[in-house]
Design a protein around this ligand. Structure first.
Ligand SMILES: [Zn+2]
Length: 308
C-alpha cells in the first residue's frame, strides 16, 4: 500500500495570490472605488515596480437587497472553489456567520449569482458598515485521493524534460509552501502541455503577462486546473499569456494538449510547475506525491536533476 506523508502546515506563502480580499465600506455608492483603491495600494506595497494583477479565477460581488445585501460569487469564476470569508460588520447580521468556509463544488449548475451569505440590516433607521476578506483555493473539500494512480508525463510523447525542482525543492516547494510534492519541468516557452490524467477543467487563467524570481509574482501565474475522478486536482502553472488550449468545463482526456508553457508568476525561468492536491479550506491545500509512467518504468517520484 502506497502512502504519503502529510507535510506540517506552517506559513503559507502561496496565499499571497489570494490576499487581495474584498474590502467594502458601504455608505450608499462607491464600494467599487474603495475596492479598486485598496487593491492598488496592496499591489504597490507588495510588488513595487511590477504590474501584477489578482488572479480573476474567483470573484465575489455584493448585491443590494431590500433588507441588506447578498455576498455572491460571480458567474465567470472557476467551477470548483473553496472560499473562506472573514466578515466584520456594524448594524448587520450574516446568515452564514462571521467567519466561514464555503465549498462550491460545481456551483455553476446552481442559480447564479450564487449567494454565499445574506447580510441583514438590524436597524433600518441607521447606517451600516461591513468589511470582508476572502481567500480561495480552486477545488472542493471532498477528495479521496487514489494514491496508486499512475500519471503520464505532462508533455507530448517523444519529448524529454529535466526536473529543475523536485519534491521539497528549496526555491519554492519547501515545507509550508503547499506545493511540497510539486515538480518543475524545464521547458521552453510555448511547449505543449498535456493532461497527466483525465478530468474536467475547473479553472484556466491565462491573462497574465508577468513573471520573475520574486514571491511578489505569485499572483501573476497563469494556470490550468483539472479535477480528477477521485476529487484531487492537478495544477499546471506558469503558462504563457493566452496559453490555455482547454476551457473551464471541458472534459479532458489523458495526454490531451491543454496549454502552452510559459514563465508567468514566481519563476526563475521558463518551466511548467505540476502538482496534485486537495484543498483544506479557502487558504490551504495538501499536495501529494504522484507516480508516473516513464521510459524507465513506473516511477514513485520523479527526481530533481533527472530527465524523463
Ligand atoms: Zn514549482
Amino acid at each position: 500500500m502506497n502512502t504519503f506523508d502529510l507535510a506540517p502546515q506552517t506559513v503559507d506563502m502561496r496565499i499571497i495570490k489570494n490576499l487581495l480580499g474584498r474590502f467594502s465600506l458601504f455608505s450608499g455608492a462607491t464600494a467599487s472605488n474603495t475596492i479598486a483603491t485598496m487593491a492598488l495600494l496592496i499591489l504597490f506595497s507588495i510588488s513595487p515596480g511590477y504590474s501584477c494583477t489578482e488572479d480573476p479565477s474567483v470573484k465575489l460581488t455584493d448585491l443590494k437587497t431590500p433588507d441588506g445585501l447578498d455576498v455572491c460569487i460571480e458567474p465567470f469564476s472557476a467551477i470548483d472553489a473553496t472560499v473562506t470569508i472573514d466578515l466584520k460588520m456594524e448594524n448587520l447580521v450574516s446568515s452564514a456567520g462571521n467567519d466561514f468556509t464555503c465549498d462550491l463544488h460545481n456551483y455553476r449548475q446552481r442559480n447564479l449569482p450564487y449567494g454565499l451569505t445574506h447580510l441583514h440590516v438590524i436597524d433600518p433607521t441607521r447606517g451600516y458598515k461591513y468589511h470582508y476578506d476572502f481567500h480561495y483555493r480552486i477545488g472542493n473539500l471532498n477528495g479521496h485521493p487514489d494514491t496508486n494512480y499512475v500519471y503520464e508525463l505532462p508533455y507530448q510523447k517523444g519529448e524529454h524534460h529535466r526536473i529543475n525542482q523536485g519534491y521539497f525543492g528549496a526555491f519554492s516547494h519547501q515545507i509550508g509552501s503547499d506545493t511540497e510534492y510539486a515538480l518543475d519541468f524545464d521547458m521552453p516557452v510555448g511547449t505543449v502541455v498535456c493532461a497527466a490524467r483525465e478530468g474536467i477543467c475547473v479553472a484556466a487563467r491565462t491573462d497574465s503577462t508577468n513573471g520573475g524570481p520574486d514571491p511578489a509574482f505569485k499572483i501573476c501565474a497563469n494556470h490550468v486546473e483539472i479535477r480528477h475522478a477521485d476529487g484531487t486536482y492537478a495544477e499546471y502553472v506558469h503558462l504563457r499569456t493566452n496559453g490555455a488550449i482547454v476551457h473551464v468545463g471541458d472534459v479532458v482526456k489523458v495526454g490531451q494538449p491543454i496549454a502552452y508553457s510559459g514563465n508567468t508568476g514566481f519563476s526563475q525561468g521558463p518551466h511548467m510547475h505540476f502538482a496534485v492536491y486537495i484543498p483544506r479550506d479557502g487558504i490551504k491545500v495538501q499536495s501529494m506525491p504522484t507516480k508516473f509512467h516513464t521510459d524507465f518504468g513506473i516511477s514513485n517520484g520523479l527526481q530533481q536533476g533527472q530527465v524523463y
